[in-house]
Design a protein around this ligand. Structure first.
Ligand SMILES: *Cc1c(COP(=O)(O)O)cnc(C)c1O
Length: 433
């Protein structure tokens, strides 16, 4: 353990309270609905509902009630422009121009749409480069992109291996960027270990080799700063229901670098049409020369509405302050695990990189009994999530968690082990964890 971190923190409950009393973001907790009696550490899977989101949903329901179809143009935020409006707002969070981001579709649909747009195999350049620690849905999409072109994924999808099953070495990824690679698609943060990849470095290296590169930032937008324009990333996409608190299965986002606005959207649909002419109902597709061109269907207004309230809070708090607190909370959590739970008989380990610039918003707390320990935590109304093989994924969320909850969380783990509570449970796991 880093001696600086050792000096920064103490293990007492009082110290946790002290951290809370000095927390500049503490006031935001009251804007959220925290499930009663619960320590909720799962905001990296499903962020909680805020009062702001609730009121933006009620507003939409009232507009539908009172305006019917007129809501498309007469709602406070006219539905016809909502996708672009939310995109422009979210652009501030990711270092993009307003017209480079749009709220549309869902994460995996956007992966299909953007990969098919950018995957242009030619001559020897046929392969797609991803990694073996990627989220399964991303890999399924990558394979189906290849199969649709009649190509064998076994030959044409290269998955960069991980040495330890936790993290990836950026230099190793770069070594795979050779003249056979047409496209690189990587996550910003690995969903299990929480490693944050250096997107700027990877983008620069890919471009030096004439390769396009895009990122799935589902696990980083809302908790980490992004500078897509400065980094010159070709495209990116992310969900809204994790750190953005936009609601279960809500509308996702995509970023299209403006230099690609003239590219042909691979999955065309009428909401990608040039806005002013969409209702001319021409049969010849002409896409908007902005991220909006990559919309397919009518925007899902009801699952986009909560995002308006959610983004308002994040912008008010400021992404720099959010990131700062997130790092402090995760450092504190790792410190407590190291100090209190790393030795016999506890034997917990940390699977997340220690360096601040190499981690996202969650910590992989590892234990060989992680499945059953997670179940006991849930029974105690403590909610992290479990990811195979041995990870208790724990995300203290800067906007609504407290340092005291982090402290309590560690006490729960200690008690569960002291009492061997998990031994009473069967070994198989539940369907959704
Ligand atoms: C959360 C997440 C998804 C989820 O995909 P959906 O299409 O929204 O269900 C996909 N990829 C990554 C990397 C994620 O973190």
């Amino acid at each position: 353990m880093d001696t600086l971190i050792r000096k920064e923190f103490e293990t007492s409950a009082n110290f946790a309270h002290k951290l809370d009393s000095e927390d500049p973001l503490a006031r935001f907790r009251q804007r959220f609905y925290i499930p009663e009696g619960t320590i909720y550490m799962d905001g990296n899977s499903l962020g909680l509902l805020s009062k702001d989101s609730e009121s933006s949903v009620f507003q939409t329901l009232n507009e539908w009630k009172g305006l019917g179809i007129k809501g498309w143009l007469e709602a406070k935020h006219p539905w016809f422009y909502l996708a672009e409006k939310l995109g422009a707002t979210c652009a501030k969070l990711v270092g993009a121009k307003p017209e480079e981001v749009v709220a549309t579709g869902t994460t995996t649909v956007n992966i299909h749409s953007l990969l098919n747009t950018f995957y242009q195999p030619s001559g020897k350049r046929k392969k797609i480069l991803a990694d073996e620690l990627d989220f399964p849905s991303d890999i399924y999409a990558l394979k189906s992109v290849l199969k649709l072109r009649g190509l064998n994924p076994g030959e044409n999808l290269i998955l960069v291996p991980s040495e330890d099953g936790r993290v990836l070495d950026e230099n190793r990824i770069v070594e795979f960027m050779d003249e056979r690679v047409a496209l690189v698609f990587l996550p910003s943060v690995l969903y299990r270990s929480g490693q944050l990849l250096n997107m700027q470095y990877l983008t620069e290296k890919a471009h030096n080799r004439g390769i396009s590169i895009g990122f799935d930032c589902s696990h980083s937008v809302g908790v980490v700063q992004h500078y897509f324009d400065k980094w010159d990333v070709d495209f990116a996409l992310w969900c809204s229901y994790k750190y953005l608190n936009g609601g279960p299965g809500g509308t996702a986002f995509l970023y299209m670098n403006e230099k690609h606005f003239d590219r042909e959207p691979a999955l065309a649909g009428w909401f990608g049409y040039v806005k002013e002419k969409q209702f001319d109902m021409s049969l010849n597709f002409e896409h908007s020369r902005n991220a909006g061109g990559w919309q397919i269907s009518s925007p899902a207004i009801l699952s986009s509405s909560p995002i308006a309230g959610a983004l308002k809070i994040i912008l008010e708090a400021g992404i720099e302050a959010i990131r700062k607190k997130s790092l402090r909370m995760t450092s504190y959590l790792m410190y407590l695990v190291d100090e209190l739970l790393s030795e016999q008989p506890y034997n917990f380990t940390i699977g997340t990189p220690r360096e601040a610039e190499r981690r996202g918003g969650h910590v992989a707390v590892e234990h060989k009994e992680a499945v059953r320990i997670s179940e006991v935590l849930r029974a105690r109304d403590v909610i992290p999530d479990y990811r195979p093989p041995n990870i208790i994924r724990t995300a203290p969320i800067p906007l609504y968690n407290t340092y005291y909850e982090v402290w309590k969380f560690v006490q729960h783990l200690r008690e569960i082990l002291d009492r061997k509570e998990y031994e009473k449970l069967p070994k198989e796991r539940k369907m959704i964890s």
